[in-house]
Each structure stands twice: as structure tokens, then as C-alpha cells.
Write a protein that binds this ligand. Structure first.
Ligand code: ZN
Length: 316
């Protein structure tokens, strides 16, 4: 009995447990998504390691996914507590419970890898981060493979049409889900196209507007939250005088996070509602531009233009 305990709880056995669970999960997912096909579930390289999650990570972290860009490799970390449970507990049924917990965390992390490979490159100019925890694409694939997530955002996702369709077993195969999600993503890009760049350039050139503005919006799926969240805004205003009148040139760059309970049809409506909200991170810059007094524009020298900072207000 004692020898058995020493054997199963030795350090090298911990990695063996992870490797075994990983192979079992990869096979389960391959059969679920690509049945009757000789196709591996992931095509990039991957690695699994144990990790002691400390104060810097959230205390309830069970697993972590990292994409190693330099080596083009998926790295999965699993909490050491579960591995400890699956090798050191005395009763075999207790160890089995922990082994199954490891497999559920691995399944979740493997869906991060899979969605990165299958989805991240699609419509990338419009929206990024399809494989983060509150992305509807990530959650839909996770739900399809009976995966688990401990994140609160799931409650918001459960109210969506997408969740209900998967729950009602409308997609018999991954291919059918994939096609539905591709249309879903396309609907997002169509909405984003309308609000990606907003400017009064035409009116300004025709001199119908005296002030010029341009707003650039970048979209990502949200790492944690539901809803549409203005993550960052950088706001530049140049104030100058022309024909004895005060004029403004406004340039605004915003980054938005789209949470998992936002459906494509609601995006523009929500954007209009939230566009003037304060961003989580902001930088408001306002400068007064003083032009040199000279008769011709050609005589004007760039170094003679003076810039006086009126405001530089930032919280990051
Ligand atoms: Zn995750």
C-alpha cells in the first residue's frame, strides 16, 4: 500500500497524469468535432504544464491558456491542486474525481487553442480575440463539446439565441455549428463596418461643417464581461483660429469589448447609447494651435506653428 502511494505520488507521475488526460481529451474532442475523419484536433504544437497559481493570478484560477508567439505553440497550465488530488488522495474514487476535474479544465483550455486556430484569422480587420473567455464564439464551441466555464459571464450568454439553439441541439455536427457561427461573425462585421470609422470629412471639405472630426472604433471580444464596454478612449482636440473664429479638429480612437450576451443585431443600438460614456482607460488631450501671422500659406513654416497644451488628462 505504502509503495503504491510513493509510486503514484512521485513528481514525474504528475506530468504523466497531465499527458494522459490531455491525450484522452484531444481524442474526445476530435471525435466530437471531426468524426469519421483522419484529422487531428489541433494542428499547431502544444504543451501542458502544472502551475501553482498565486496571488497575482485570481485565486480560483484552475487553468490558463497562453499562445507562445515566438515558438508558435499553445501552452496550457493546470492548477497543481487538482493534480495533487488525483495522485495523493487515499481512496481511488477520490482520485478519480480530481482526474475528471483535470480533464474538464483541459477541455476548456483546449477550446481556447482550437478557437484560436479556427477563428482568430477570420474577419480580423473588424474584430479580434475570438478565443477569449467571454467571446460568444468561444462559448458556443465550448457549449457544443459539453465543456465547462466558471466565469460569471456565462449567465449573460445563457440568455442569448445562440445558447438556446445549441441547447436545443440544433447543430448535429461541428460543421453545422461552424457555418452558423461564420454567419454570426459576418453579421458582427456588417454592423462594425458601419461604425468602424465615422467622420464628417465630406461635409468639412465642402465647408458645410467648420469643425472636423474623425472617430475610429476598434472591436475585440471581451475577456470577462457581458455587455458592450468602452475599454479605452484617446481623444485629441486641436483648437485653432481661422477667419477670426475658433475651430476644432477632433480625433477620437476607441477600443470596445463586446461581451457574450451582445447579439450582432444589437451592436449599433448599444454603440449609439454608450458612445459618450467614460472609458475604463482614457486620455483626453487638448492643444491650442497658434499659426504665424503671414499673408500666404506658402510662406508659413512648420516650425513657426506653436502648440500650447490646454489639457492632458489620463488615467493609465
Ligand atoms: Zn478560459
Amino acid at each position: 500500500m505504502k509503495l503504491d502511494y510513493i509510486k503514484r505520488s512521485c513528481k514525474t507521475n504528475r506530468q504523466a497524469i497531465l499527458d494522459k488526460a490531455l491525450i484522452e481529451e484531444l481524442e474526445y474532442l476530435r471525435k466530437k468535432c471531426f468524426p469519421h475523419q483522419k484529422k487531428s484536433f489541433l494542428w499547431e504544437d502544444f504543451e501542458i504544464r502544472e502551475k501553482v497559481f498565486d496571488k497575482e493570478d485570481k485565486t480560483d484560477t484552475l487553468g490558463l491558456y497562453v499562445w507562445d508567439e515566438g515558438n508558435l505553440k499553445h501552452i496550457i497550465y493546470i492548477t497543481k491542486i487538482y493534480i495533487w488530488g488525483s495522485q495523493k488522495l487515499h481512496q481511488s474514487w477520490q482520485r478519480k474525481i480530481y482526474y475528471n476535474k483535470i480533464k474538464m479544465v483541459i477541455r476548456h483550455e483546449l477550446i481556447h487553442c482550437f478557437v484560436k486556430e479556427q477563428w482568430e484569422y477570420k474577419c480580423k480587420r473588424f474584430i479580434t480575440d475570438k478565443n477569449v473567455d467571454a467571446s460568444p464564439i468561444f462559448l458556443a464551441v465550448l457549449q457544443f463539446v459539453d465543456g465547462y466555464t466558471g466565469h460569471d459571464c456565462y449567465k449573460g450568454y445563457m440568455k442569448t439565441e445562440l445558447y438556446k439553439r445549441i441547447q436545443n441541439n440544433e447543430f448535429k455536427t461541428y460543421k453545422k455549428l461552424h457555418d452558423y457561427l461564420a454567419d454570426y461573425l459576418w453579421e458582427f462585421t456588417e454592423a462594425i463596418e458601419k461604425i468602424k470609422k465615422i467622420s464628417n470629412q465630406d461635409r468639412f471639405i465642402k465647408q458645410e461643417d467648420k469643425n472636423y472630426f474623425t472617430i475610429t472604433n476598434e472591436f475585440k471580444f471581451a475577456p470577462r464581461k457581458n455587455g458592450l464596454d468602452k475599454f479605452m478612449e484617446v481623444n485629441y482636440i486641436d483648437v485653432y483660429t481661422k477667419d477670426k473664429e475658433t475651430r476644432k479638429q477632433i480625433m477620437i480612437n476607441r477600443t470596445w469589448n463586446i461581451g457574450c450576451n451582445i447579439e450582432p443585431k444589437d451592436l449599433i443600438k448599444l454603440y449609439n447609447k454608450k458612445q459618450d460614456c467614460q472609458a475604463q482607460y482614457y486620455n483626453n488631450i487638448k492643444n491650442l494651435i497658434i499659426m504665424p501671422v503671414c499673408a500666404n500659406v506658402e510662406d508659413m513654416n512648420a516650425k513657426d506653428i506653436r502648440t500650447i497644451s490646454i489639457k492632458n488628462d489620463k488615467n493609465f
